[in-house]
Structures are given as C-alpha cells and as structure tokens.
Design a protein around this ligand. Structure first.
Ligand code: FES
Length: 320
C-alpha cells in the first residue's frame, strides 16, 4: 500500500451538525481535484503541535472538489479535536493526507446492516448513501447519548425513512445488539463503527448469528495496551531508504527506535489501530499486533504497523 502525500486543503464551510460536533468542508488550496475515495475511507489531519488525527469522509463520494469531515470535540483528549473546533474557521488551511480505506464496503452481500455509535456514524453515513444510490438492501441502527449529540439524524432519516432506526440512549436506552444482529442471515454483512464497548458487543452478537461477516472501524485498541507493547526478543531493522541499521531492544518499539534515524516517521495512535505508521516490509517476517490489517493482509507480510509490530525473523528490512 502506497503512503499518500500530505496536501494543504482550505476550509470552505464550518457547520455545527450536533452538540460538540463540527463539520468541515475542505477543498484543495491549489484548486486541483482531490484523490477519489470510497465509503469507509478516512483522511489524516495534522493538528496543532503536529498531532495526527483520523476522520472518516462523510460527504458525497462523487464530489471530486471537496472532502467533508465531522469532528467530535473531546475535551479530555490530547487537544487535536479542540484545535479543530476552536482555531479552524473558513479559509483556514489544514494539512491532510489520504484518503485511505481500511473499512471498505465489500460488494456481494444481499443485505447490509450498519451499526453506528455516536461519531461512528461518519463512515456509515457514506456507506448508507452509497447503498441507497445503488439500490441495495440496507438498514442502519444509530445509537447515541441523546438526539442533540447525534450528527446527521435528519439527513439519514430523509434518505430512507424505513431503513434508519435512531436510538437516543436517554429516550430508548442502549442499542440492543443481540436483538438487532441475532436474526441476520448468512448473506448479510454487518458494518459497525463506534466506541469499543459497542464493537465488542457487535462481535459477540455476530458470533451468535448466521451473519456472513462483520467489519469494524475502531477509535481505540481492542487489545490491552500492555499486550500490544509486550516486550519480545531483540532484532535488527534495516532502513532501506536511510541506509541505516538499528537494533531494536526487547522493551522498545520499532517506531521508537526508527525515530533516531527518521525523526518525522508518522504516527498517531501508537497502539496499532489507526494505520498512520503503516510501513512497507521489504524482507523479513513481521509479527503483527495491529488491528488495522485484515488476517489476509497480515499474512502477506508486505506491510506492518511499526508502533506495535515486532519481528519473527532476526532481521527486517523496511522501506524507510
Ligand atoms: S500509529 Fe496508529 S497504527 Fe501505528
């Protein structure tokens, strides 16, 4: 997978789409058409202090002129969303990389069930619009703390009133995933995005159902951080582009060690779920610990997340 380039985009619209959720419309600062994307894709946004945050694209997928993202304000976070809420306005320039898609809408199912929790609606909104436009069978179950905190409810309900069920927790309680997912059939695909508790519940409910498959988009890691960063054997990493060799200590991640030679090596979550640090493997056998790549992508061993991954071979050669 090729790493996309960073580009400067200009903010042309700022809309409040729910309590603490702001929608930004971004166009190329040079007026060039933007790279195409498909439902489920996200872009990386560089915020104040060089932090990288991921935002799913949630505008019209056939719009080659602009990207639309929706940003939830997270006062307890590391300041990235706060910056986008308070310091970014119309005509601001935002550095963006992507799009990438680790949450592809895979064709072939006869029916699609979409389950969103809170701001997890953003990739699923793009999927719902695509499924509706292409005449496919779909249902969306959208949960959130309260109606005022839930973005795009009116848009989705008017898109397909019979296909959208809205579950504000303060009125009707939490999404009952067992009831929603246990009846689905073997040709139904399930897509779920939201907080980790929702994804865990969806995983359990799908395991008890006949569903064809389950696709998850995570905001946080599914594995305990201690497991992701568990120490291992030391090994050697060769950086093919930089021409240096680095010894990775048992208690050190590849990313930490690589920074001595490549100080601006990109990263965001550093817990293996966002995809920012994805790096091509030129030789050697990586030990994958991420939740970005699918099992078949991991089995190809041609790319890895260096914030958590280690090596099964004494030597790894990376395209850095
Ligand atoms: S920095 Fe997020 S997967 Fe490595």
């Amino acid at each position: 997978m090729q790493t996309p380039e960073w580009q400067d985009l200009r903010v042309t619209q700022v809309n409040r789409v729910a309590h603490d959720v702001v929608e930004l419309r971004l166009v190329s600062a040079t007026s060039a058409p933007l790279p195409a994307w498909s439902p489920g894709a996200h872009v990386e946004v560089e915020t104040a202090g060089g932090q990288i945050r991921h935002y799913s694209l949630c505008g019209p997928a056939d719009d080659a002129e602009s990207y639309t993202i929706a940003v939830l304000r997270e006062p307890e976070g590391r300041g990235g969303s706060e910056h986008l809420h308070t310091a970014v306005d119309v005509d601001s320039i935002v550095r963006v990389r992507g799009p990438r898609n680790h949450f592809e809408l895979v064709p072939g199912a006869t029916d699609y069930v979409l389950v969103a929790g809170g701001i997890g609606i953003t990739p699923l909104k793009a999927m719902a619009e695509h499924l509706q436009a292409t005449g496919q069978s779909w249902r969306l179950h959208y949960g959130g703390r309260s109606l005022s905190s839930m973005a795009y409810v009116d848009d989705l309900v008017s898109l397909a009133p019979a296909s959208v069920q809205v579950h504000p927790e303060d009125e009707v309680g939490r999404l009952d995933l067992a009831a929603i997912l246990s009846p689905v059939g073997p040709t139904t695909s399930v897509y779920c995005c939201g907080p980790s508790g929702l994804l865990d519940a969806a995983t359990a409910a799908v395991a008890d159902s006949a569903a064809h498959d389950l696709h998850l988009e995570r905001f946080t890691s599914s594995a305990p951080v201690a497991v992701l960063h568990e120490t291992g054997d030391s090994f050697t990493v060769e950086l093919a582009v930089s021409g240096v060799e680095i010894e990775i200590a048992p208690d050190q991640s590849i990313l930490q060690a690589v920074r001595s030679a490549v100080p601006d090596a990109p990263s965001s979550c550093e817990d293996g779920y966002c995809g920012t640090c994805e790096t091509r493997v030129l030789s050697g056998t990586p030990e994958h610990r991420d939740t970005v790549l699918t099992a078949s992508e991991q089995a190809r061993n041609d790319t890895m997340m260096i914030c958590v991954g280690r090596s099964l071979s004494p030597r790894l050669v990376l395209d850095l």
